[in-house]
Design a protein around this ligand. Structure first.
Ligand SMILES: *[C@@H]1O[C@H](CO)[C@@H](O)[C@H](O)[C@H]1NC(C)=O
Ligand SMILES: *[C@@H]1O[C@H](CO)[C@@H](O)[C@H](O)[C@H]1NC(C)=O
Length: 318
């Protein structure tokens, strides 16, 4: 019995080793030496055209990785794959930046056609987007391949929701091998970007919730208390420095000025309070943990070998 267990453990460890050893920062060194600078140029341009795009690209990578791994499944259009991830509740009308990744892919195809996966381009783009707005950098492991499938229902089951309880968020991240610290650090991506009224209306009009009164009334002005009225109106996720990657998001939470319920729940008298306090006091620790958590997220179920393809155009199966 023990022998069988040891053997199974051995197999498991080997599988994990193989899995990780196939992703490597030097994966394209011979086949596409300029891939990183090509992507960086493309993403820098996109972010300088619109700062908000940095947040959109990071979210796109996150929403890709949480659904059948980091395999560019979110990039497939509904025309390419009916009922694709893009149409999921958590993505429809809110996931954006597809054209930025498509453009980066066009540039990469010019220098090394058919070599670099869309999943890798999205992973690199998220890192470059962070750097472009003053966030941390990290080394990207490469060699992921792209999916041929994309499923709305799988996306709806795997992506967090703004209505989740803290325990639901913790469990959701735990399923992806991300711990509580990773959850809080990755939520800090909301130091940039904007959210639609439909996602925070409930919080700013619910007088029983843990919200700063002045902040609630400011946000109410841009988000009417009628379902369907101004649903798409935008507000910054970090009211202090909405376009810079810093730790003000956590300072806001401590002051009960988190925009979305699933942000404020990280500082609501529960186990994550201490981490929020730590990040709100020390931006360097937040940035280091964020970078570390992004690397872990980029490792979620990569496709390698025959398990995936290299798409020539990220939004279609070609
Ligand atoms: C996605 O949004 C569009 C535009 O608002 C809508 O027509 C469509 O029904 C939505 N799709 C799903 C699957 O909810
Ligand atoms: C909260 O208070 C405002 C007025 O301050 C009121 O209009 C609104 O209906 C209240 N909301 C709830 C959920 O009680």
């Amino acid at each position: 019995m023990t022998k069988v267990l040891v053997f199974l453990l051995f197999i498991l460890m080997n599988t994990m080793l193989i899995c990780n050893s196939q992703l490597s920062p030097s994966y394209y060194d011979d086949t596409c030496p300029n891939v990183l600078s090509t992507i960086r140029t493309s993403i820098r341009q996109a972010v300088s055209r619109e700062r908000r795009m940095a947040a959109s690209i990071i979210r796109l990578h996150f929403h890709d990785c949480f659904v059948q791994g980091c395999d560019a499944s979110i990039l497939l259009s509904e025309e390419a794959v009916p009922d694709s991830e893009r149409t999921a509740l958590q993505n429809n009308n809110s996931a954006r930046g597809f054209e930025v990744i498509d453009d980066a892919k066009v540039e990469v195809e010019k220098v090394c056609p058919g070599v670099v996966s869309c999943a890798d381009i999205l992973a690199v783009a998220a890192r470059d987007a962070s750097v472009a707005v003053g966030g941390p950098s990290w080394t990207i492991k490469l060699g992921r391949r792209d999916s041929t499938t994309s499923s709305r229902s799988e996306a709806e089951d795997n992506l967090p929701r703004f209505t989740n309880s803290l325990q639901e968020l913790i469990d959701n991240f735990d399923e992806k091998n991300l711990n509580v610290r990773d959850l809080v650090a990755l939520s800090g991506a909301h130091t940039i970007g904007q959210a639609q009224c439909v996602t925070y209306r409930g919080r700013i009009y619910d007088n029983t919730s843990d919200i700063d009164a002045g902040f609630a009334s400011t946000r109410q002005r841009g988000c009417p208390n009628t379902v369907g009225d101004g649903d798409k109106n935008l507000a910054p996720l970090d009211l202090v420095t909405p376009n810079s990657f810093d730790n003000n998001y956590f300072k806001n939470l401590v002051q009960k000025k988190g925009l979305i319920a699933s942000d404020q729940i990280l500082f609501s008298g529960q186990e994550t309070d201490s981490i929020v306090n730590e990040y709100s006091n020390d931006p360097a620790i937040f940035k280091a943990d964020f970078a570390n958590a992004m690397v872990k997220m980029g490792d979620i179920s990569p496709r390698t070998g025959d398990n995936g393809i290299i798409r020539r155009v990220c939004s279609i199966l070609a």
